[in-house]
Design a protein around this ligand. Structure first.
Ligand code: DON
Length: 318
């Protein structure tokens, strides 16, 4: 049996029981041999490359998963969404004087553009932009980490969720390039707080661990016009949810965002831990995880699974 859902003005013909389809897609993805597990810190390099998980959380509250969906992993840059939400709430329109909303066309940790553009990051989804957002949080909250943690725990209704202290420490030890980005922004007057404190928040946020079920549930509000479908609480305004989705569409998959829009057509965000989340407006959230990354830093199997599912169900928003 299937049911029609209207997403972004288009009709999705999805089966009520998604499990067999997800199972088939996972099996196909396991045959993808491409990719290399992130190895810039030991805690990520040690993760088994054969982990693979796929979850779909729909707005009616159903969560369907296959594979290693209960194994928590380092969400890395996916956390940039959570930081951005809080910074948008705190700063309103003035945030956009300090960070742009354009795709960078550069690797996520690139530094060259930042000097040309006088310390204003291209968007909040590259490292410079997320460090800027971390500055906003450190400057506006007495305990910025507690503010992010309590929001994320509330969103996925999981009070055990936390950051991995080993990943946090290693990020700091190997964080010279991020420190360079932060100090360059400080030199242009675009970082207010103490740089080391800002970096500590950023590294901690990257070290948050979640499984695909928590991730899919936590971002359901972005598919539901800003409202959490579980609690009914308005997490962001409809307009801010649209804006976050727009940023994810143009910058969420780094300099593979154009190809992702072309082949999948959904707002999405990836992290070097191998996770990817994709938002299907008015339908739900897809979360995929598999550690080996392609040359852009996006999970190779995660990309294959989301592309396959989106194409089979006709999920593109375009
Ligand atoms: O900032 C860093 O270099 C790491 N924590 C990587 C963050 C990340 O996931 C970037 N993207 N894919």
């Amino acid at each position: 049996m299937t049911h029609d859902v209207i997403s972004g003005g288009q009709s999705i013909n999805a089966p009520d029981n998604l499990k067999p389809l997800l199972q088939e897609i996972l099996q196909q993805a396991l045959r993808v041999g491409e990719g290399k597990v992130a190895d810039y810190i030991p805690a990520l390099a040690e993760v088994k490359p054969d982990y693979c998980a796929l979850t779909v959380a729909t707005l009616d509250g159903k969560v369907t998963s296959v594979g290693d969906s209960e194994v928590a992993f380092s969400i890395q840059s996916i956390s940039k969404i959570f930081g951005l939400m809080l910074a948008m709430e705190r700063m309103g329109e003035s945030l956009w004087d300090r960070v742009q909303m354009e795709p960078s066309g550069q690797p996520f940790n690139s530094i060259v553009q930042l000097e040309w553009e006088r310390g204003i990051p291209r968007n909040p989804m590259i490292n410079a932009g997320a460090i800027l957002v971390s500055d906003v949080l450190v400057s506006h909250y007495s305990t910025s980490k507690a503010a992010v943690l309590s929001m994320v725990r509330g969103l996925c209704n999981n009070d055990t969720l936390s950051a991995d202290s080993r990943v946090h420490e290693s990020e700091r030890e190997h964080g010279s390039r991020n420190a360079a980005l932060a100090y360059l922004m400080k030199s242009f007057g675009n970082i207010d707080a103490d740089v080391e404190e800002v970096l500590d928040h950023y590294f901690w946020q990257c070290a948050l661990t979640m499984n695909t079920e928590d991730l899919a549930r936590s971002l359901a509000f972005l598919a539901n016009r800003g409202k959490c479908p579980r609690s009914g609480r308005q997490i962001t305004s409809h307009r801010d949810a649209q804006r976050i989705n727009a940023l994810l569409s143009t910058s969420g998959m780094y300099d593979q965002s154009g190809q992702f829009a072309f082949t999948v057509g959904l707002p999405a965000k990836s992290g070097v831990g191998g996770g990817i989340v994709a938002i299907v407006p008015d339908y739900g959230v897809i979360a995929a995880w598999s550690p080996p990354l392609n040359s852009y830093g996006n999970s190779a199997r995660g990309m294959a699974m989301i592309r396959n599912l989106a194409n089979q169900l006709g999920l593109s928003v375009y």
